[in-house]
Design a protein. Structure first.
Length: 310
């Protein structure tokens, strides 16, 4: 496919892997890049020496392009921009904060910068800051969210009607049909989180993958809408159901044992950030198969629509 996203990122397919903390590292990201998509390395874990090593591993696992995410709310190192620039990547996504903070120095260093936005106001602010493109993120996606969540079906065409930069759609992206729908609404690429968490190359424990495969479309909860701290969408478990029924205020302490959940398989140890699209995932598959099937179905659905309605 040739469009603005593939041209800007240097990838074969306009599919980006979401930058999940602790998860978006070399094992998963290299599989995405090798399959023709854009693998992303996270920095939200705050473990920059580990991240540096993961980027080193990436260069041994793939010769394809990959990027880095800066999740601003979790940045602990004031030198995060020089750190990212020094890694030699050409693409960075910024999120969870003011796009003005890092956009200018990143662009001055020659990087392509996309900012993640959950609202039209956020999109316009990012455009004014000079970003090259946007990741438009609907409230159905997993992870930390705007407490006033908006579904991608509403948010994406709204933002597209006001801006002309390339847009990557995030939230509910799982297959060729959802990709075709996103393109119809104004996107030129898609970002996948929960689908990649459940992939064969994902480093998370099999218990979490099995929970995603077994989930219904109603098996996520939206927590902490009224703060303090971030709102979030997560897998429905005994812990998250209890927090949903009896809000505890700041949920951030609940992430103290996140690695026990992610890599130890204890789904009650912390909060498993998961999108509603878990209800559509019915098998663990290799990344290359996921991306191949998405692209095949995308082209098939576009052709069907053209034949039916042109």
């Amino acid at each position: 496919m040739n469009n603005r996203i593939t041209a800007m990122l240097g990838v074969e397919h306009p599919i980006v892997q979401a930058p999940m903390g602790w998860i978006a590292r070399a094992q998963l990201a290299s599989a995405v890049s090798n399959a023709g998509g854009m693998g992303i390395i996270e920095t939200s874990s705050g473990q920059l020496e580990e991240v540096r090593e993961e980027i080193r591993k990436m260069r041994t696992l793939t010769e394809k392009p990959f990027g880095v995410n800066i999740a601003q709310a979790f940045v602990r190192d004031p030198d995060i921009v020089p750190f990212v620039v020094d890694q030699g990547v050409k693409f960075v996504t910024t999120s969870a904060g003011d796009p003005n903070k890092y956009c200018e120095p990143l662009k001055k260093a020659g990087l392509t910068v996309f900012h993640v936005v959950p609202t039209l106001d956020g999109a316009l602010k990012a455009i004014a800051a000079g970003v090259d493109g946007l990741v438009v993120e609907g409230g159905e996606g997993g992870g930390f969210k705007n407490p006033r969540d908006v579904a991608l079906m509403v948010l994406l065409p709204l933002i597209r009607s006001k801006v002309d930069v390339p847009i990557i759609a995030a939230g509910g992206m799982v297959c060729g049909r959802t990709m075709a729908a996103a393109f119809a609404l104004g996107a030129e690429g898609v970002q996948m989180g929960t689908r990649m968490v459940s992939a064969a190359e994902s480093p998370v424990h099999q218990n979490w993958k099995d929970a995603i495969v077994g989930a219904k479309e109603t098996d996520t909860v939206f927590l902490n809408r009224h703060g303090p701290g971030p709102a979030l969408r997560a897998l429905r478990t005994a812990k998250t159901e209890e927090i949903d029924r009896n809000p505890i205020g700041d949920v951030r302490p609940e992430f103290a044992r996140i690695r026990d959940l992610y890599f130890g398989g204890d789904l009650e140890a912390s909060i498993a950030l998961t999108g509603q699209v878990a209800g559509r995932i019915d098998a663990v598959k290799p990344v290359a198969q996921i991306i191949g099937e998405v692209m095949d179905e995308f082209h098939e659905q576009m052709a069907v629509l053209c034949r039916t309605y042109a």
